[in-house]
Design a protein around this ligand. Structure first.
Ligand code: PNS
Length: 177
């Protein structure tokens, strides 16, 4: 019987519990699921590609049919390269729909054999995004329950020195004024 492989592409900066929820759902309906982290030279990410790879590998280690990879260029080209049949994307709210529809139709234009499959994450993650997690964490808010504990710790490790550095530089700035 034909085995169905899907890719779940994204930036995952950082990966959240919403991503994990979708990976779990996807792993139940696809034979193989490849979480594909985009290497985007235009964006300056908070977490480097190896850091995101490490976090996602740890988060998915219990899913035997899930692996994590990185890619650059077009998603459809990567999908063809690894012989995937579908692209998995999450839709949280109506606001996601327009962008996701555009992407799905463009991907279909580029690669008609590749299907996009949309899944809804659990309601408690419907407002959750990596961008908001970054913002809340950077401003000192709690992201508990929104990201796995290991991601929360890594956010703290990454952001705490920056905050301390900021405070350390404060008196110097004042003296100069
Ligand atoms: O997590 P994100 O940032 O919403 O993921 C967006 C992603 C990576 C799926 C999208 O930007 C993408 O597919 N980029 C790769 C380049 C590409 O194929 N562009 C055409 C998309 S129609």
């Amino acid at each position: 019987m034909k085995k169905v492989t899907a890719i779940y592409p994204g930036s995952f900066d950082p990966p959240t519990n919403g991503h994990l929820d979708l990976i779990e759902r996807g792993s139940k309906i696809f034979d193989q699921l490849v979480v594909a982290i985009l290497r985007n030279p235009e964006k300056a990410p908070l977490f480097s590609l190896p850091e995101r790879l490490l976090m996602l590998e740890a988060m998915t280690e219990n899913f035997k049919n899930v692996r994590v990879d990185t890619f650059d260029g077009l998603t459809v080209d990567y999908a063809v390269k690894i012989k995937a049949h579908a692209v998995l994307r999450g839709i949280r709210a109506i606001s996601d729909y327009e962008y996701e529809l555009q992407m799905a139709l463009m991907n279909r234009k580029l690669q008609p054999d590749l299907e996009t499959v949309f899944m809804m994450p659990a309601e408690q993650y419907s407002y959750l995004s990596s961008r908001l997690v970054r913002e809340v964490a950077q401003l000192g808010g709690s992201v508990k329950d929104l990201v796995p504990a290991m991601v929360e710790q890594r956010l703290r490790d990454k952001l705490d020195p920056a905050i301390k550095l900021g405070h350390a530089e404060e008196p110097k700035t004042r003296k100069r004024v």
